[in-house]
Design a protein around this ligand. Structure first.
Ligand code: ATP
Ligand code: MG
Length: 411
């Protein structure tokens, strides 16, 4: 049969590991993943998405070619909760059909010299046991591929045949997924999202652990242009493709920095900006019922990321602050940003609040008492209330997210 056409129903099977370990929560995790998968694939010709025996099966519309099936598999592999994705076919519970479908799947699986069949049945109402299935289908494939070797240990290709309920599922090509948990299974977090390289990666890491991520971006506006806001929107659109961000609050922050710069000793300014950012993020987190703040900080990377300065900013809020990248090297962060597709956007230059009113030598070991003393002279509470009123909201597609009732959101 020619590559690209097939008489069998094409499928992609989504395998998940971690979800399977979650005991009685398992079915709600599976439902979450299924809903996320459904929503993320709506641009493709999918017939339906169903749970079948510890996997999620995507049934692809008749006539869809191999390339599109691979595109769907690549997309699935990037959705949090996906451990592995296989491309293959659904057939009747008939050994000859299974063998022919397995041959189709093998032809599409790329180069290989050796293979083996791995069959299983999830019910004994199918009379042929897995050993016999291996032999019968194996001999059909040996006839179809006489030049290929059968190898039980470490074959180049594993052809899987699974009999589940009234059908069989056959596949040979598998790709690795991002793993983790489906977004929406671990609560909500408020992610401080700059247009830099690090914070999109830290946001994505939390989404991969199942958190619904809500961004907050502090723009230098009106003291700078809104260029960083456009970059953050582009970054959010990348994260949105796999359901990894729900909304972004944009905060015009330039005037408050100017106020701080005018009245706080230069060395403490950066910490003061950051404490105010954290407090605003905490207020927005309360509105969103988010349980933690998230930043892209990495120990020692810049002046504000020393242990003392981290402690001085954490002390501004009472909720947990997560730093998924704290022990990650810049090069690793860059590689992950490249894989994610945010690196090129983050590499564009845009002034944001970080470039505004920066002192020549920021304090690297801030004393909390000095910080508190300087802060006590500022109308912080009034500012927070003002800022929270002035935020702008952009919504992105995250199937697990529901916005707080009192807000009308727009894109
Ligand atoms: P990034 O690449 O994420 O901007 P960075 O290495 O530039 O990080 P900093 O500028 O010190 O480091 O920022 C540390 C963290 O503080 C960021 O990862 C982000 O979580 C948060 N942050 C910094 N600037 C902003 C901003 N303008 N809006 C929202 N969050 C910010
Ligand atoms: Mg930055």
């Amino acid at each position: 049969m020619r590559k690209g056409t097939s008489v069998f129903q094409r499928i992609c099977l989504v395998h998940y590991h971690e979800i399977g370990l979650k005991g009685h929560n398992r079915s709600s995790f599976e439902m979450r993943l299924l809903k996320n998968v459904e929503a993320m694939l709506d641009a493709y010709s999918i017939v339906t998405v169903r749970r079948i025996s510890g996997r999620i099966c995507v049934f692809i519309k008749e006539g869809t070619g191999y390339e599109t099936a691979c595109e769907i598999a690549d997309k699935l592999a990037r959705i949090p909760g996906t451990a592995r994705v296989s491309c293959g076919y659904k057939t009747e519970r008939d050994i000859d059909e299974m063998g022919r479908a397995a041959a189709c799947a093998m032809r599409e699986a790329g180069e290989f010299a050796s293979f083996k069949v791995a069959a299983r049945r999830n019910h004994t109402d199918f009379a042929i046991d897995s050993m016999q299935m291996n032999q019968l289908i194996g001999s059909i494939l040996c006839d179809a591929f006489p030049e290929k070797a059968v190898k039980m240990k470490d074959p180049d290709l594993k052809v899987c045949v699974e009999v589940v309920e009234s059908s069989a599922y056959v596949y040979a090509r598998s790709i690795r997924g991002v793993g983790g948990l489906p977004v929406g299974s671990s609560g909500r977090v408020m992610c401080l999202l700059s247009s830099g390289i690090d914070s999109p990666v830290s946001t994505w890491r939390m989404a991969r652990r199942g958190a619904i991520c809500i961004g907050v971006h502090f723009s230098g506006r009106p003291q700078t242009s809104s260029a960083s806001e456009y970059l953050v929107d582009d970054i959010a659109q990348v994260l949105e493709q796999t359901g990894c961000i729900a909304r972004v609050y944009v905060v015009p922050f330039g005037d408050y920095q100017r106020e701080i710069a005018g009245s706080v000793p230069p060395g403490l300014r950066v910490i003061m900006y950051r404490r105010l950012m954290f407090k605003v993020a905490e207020a927005l987190a309360a509105r969103e019922k988010a349980g933690a703040l998230v930043t892209g900080e990495s120990l020692g990377q810049v002046a504000s990321q020393t242990l003392e300065n981290i402690a001085a900013t954490d002390a501004a809020v009472s909720m947990p602050v997560f730093r998924p990248l704290i022990g990650t090297d810049k090069q690793e962060i860059i590689e992950q940003a490249q894989e994610l597709g945010t690196f090129d956007i983050s590499s564009e230059d845009a002034p944001d609040c970080c470039t505004l009113f920066m002192p020549r030598s920021p304090e690297t070991h801030a004393k909390l008492s000095a910080v508190m003393e300087a802060e006590s002279k500022l109308p912080i509470e009034r500012w927070i209330a003002e800022i929270v009123e002035s935020v702008e909201v952009r919504d992105y597609r995250c199937p697990a997210y529901k916005s707080p009732k009192d807000r009308t959101s727009r894109r």
